[in-house]
Design a protein around this ligand. Structure first.
Ligand code: HEC
Ligand code: HEC
Length: 349
């Protein structure tokens, strides 16, 4: 996996008045994420992926579905989680899956190169879905005749396999987009969408340097496309300035980020740059979810990335801008799950 590490100062000089440049760094959410040739969208696959997403039978002991942690009735885990994440050994913040198809790598440390690889990894992870092996998953699903039929209809090879489970889920995930935020409408030409405070916030976001990392369709750096191929990541240090009060208070450097994946000392405290779409809905913040409040998160970024103390008025303006990044959530209806009449496939003992 190649990495793209761009010097922060590289973009600093970009003025928002330069329309062409500004448009490049400030882009509306496209109608669709980039769809890989190896897993095209189809209604059959998307419908199957949605069922699988909501199905607790995908977890080892039939207790959690993808939706248990990535709740699609909400934006992220601001509502709290019914699961005891610490007891499961999970120390990372659960990311929101809205607009997830627009990322080029997956996980906070970018250890998965695609949504397909990510889903397959989660299924076998003992802390997450805890399927002990592929065979168990395949047997489970194959025992349910309507699922067998759905895999036949969705895939050329007609197989129930972990790859196809992951593919179906990924096609569903690529539909989870929140277009038409006030920022999107603004950048498409309706200048009335941003209040004065939000406009000041956007200027500050550029002047203070936030845009040097948080730019592009998801404010997370280049989206998959010519600049960054799927699987290539956009990583930066967090924190860039070490030894601040915030670092200690929120234990930011207990987890060394990409270093844990590559064991390259230069990757210590490197993280994938986070998306800022719907950011006011996705508290708590940062890889360890240690920060509950968006205002505190903005102050922290100023201090740990630039070593300056931002004023309260500046925080309010940046927040006014970030609030415009909340898009329109599509209505999600619960799918009806296939059931084998008179049979439970979960081992209850
Ligand atoms: C027990 C809670 C839990 C369950 C259940 C769960 N996830 Fe996750 N998921 C997480 C956490 C925590 C992370 C972040 C882990 C990390 O970055 O190291 C994550 C990360 C992800 C990501 C990467 C997001 C990003 O920003 O890169 C995707 C995609 C995802 N999960 C999809 C799924 C799917 C699909 C399922 C069902 C097969 C699922 N999750 C089930 C907790 C969960
Ligand atoms: C040098 C690159 C860089 C700069 C500059 C930068 N960020 Fe970040 N930002 C990151 C990275 C990397 C993360 C993920 C950090 C983590 O949790 O490990 C992040 C995370 C965030 C988060 C939390 C995201 C979440 O989902 O929890 C917010 C909010 C944020 N940044 C806002 C800002 C603001 C506002 C500025 C300007 C004051 C800024 N950032 C400047 C790289 C940067």
């Amino acid at each position: 996996m190649r990495s793209l590490i761009i010097c922060v100062t590289f973009f600093m000089s970009i003025g928002l008045s330069a329309q062409t440049n500004a448009f490049e760094y400030l882009q509306p959410l496209p109608d669709s994420p980039v769809i890989p040739d190896t897993n095209l969208q189809s209604n059959a696959k998307i419908a199957l992926g949605k069922q699988l997403f909501f199905d607790v039978r995908l977890s080892g002991n039939g207790t959690v579905s993808c939706n248990s942690c990535h709740n699609l009735a909400a934006s992220a885990d601001a509502e709290g989680s019914a699961l005891n994440m610490k007891a499961r050994g999970i120390t990372r913040n659960t990311p929101s899956l809205w607009n997830i198809g627009h990322m080029s790598t997956y996980y906070w440390d970018a250890r998965a190169p695609s949504l397909e690889a990510q889903a397959a990894d989660h299924l076998l992870d003992p802390r997450i879905m805890n399927m002990s092996n592929e065979l168990k998953l395949v047997k489970r699903i194959t025992a349910i005749s309507d699922y067998r039929a759905a895999f036949k209809a969705a895939f050329k090879d007609q197989k129930v396999s972990i790859q196809n489970v992951a593919k179906a889920i990924a096609t569903f995930e690529r539909t989870l987009n929140t277009p038409d935020s006030r920022f999107d409408l603004y950048i498409k030409g309706d200048k009335s969408q941003l209040s004065k405070a939000a406009k000041r916030g956007l200027t500050l976001f550029n002047d203070k340097g936030c845009l040097s990392c948080h730019f592009g369709v998801n404010f997370a750096g280049p989206a998959p496309g010519p600049a960054l191929k799927m699987g290539d990541g956009f990583y930066e240090m967090f924190p860039t300035y070490r030894g601040t009060y915030y670092e200690e208070k929120y234990h930011f450097t207990d987890d060394l980020g990409r270093y844990r994946v590559t064991l390259d000392p230069e990757h210590k405290v490197m993280w994938r740059v986070s998306s800022l779409r719907n950011i006011v809905d996705t508290a708590p913040y940062f890889h360890n979810g240690a920060v509950n409040d968006i205002r505190e998160a903005i102050k922290i970024m100023s201090k740990v990335q630039f070593n300056f103390d931002i004023t309260d008025a500046e925080v309010e303006d940046i927040l006014a801008f970030l609030e415009t990044l909340t898009g329109k959530y599509p209505e999600i209806t619960l799918p009806r799950l296939p059931e084998e009449k008179g049979l439970s496939v979960i081992d209850q003992h």
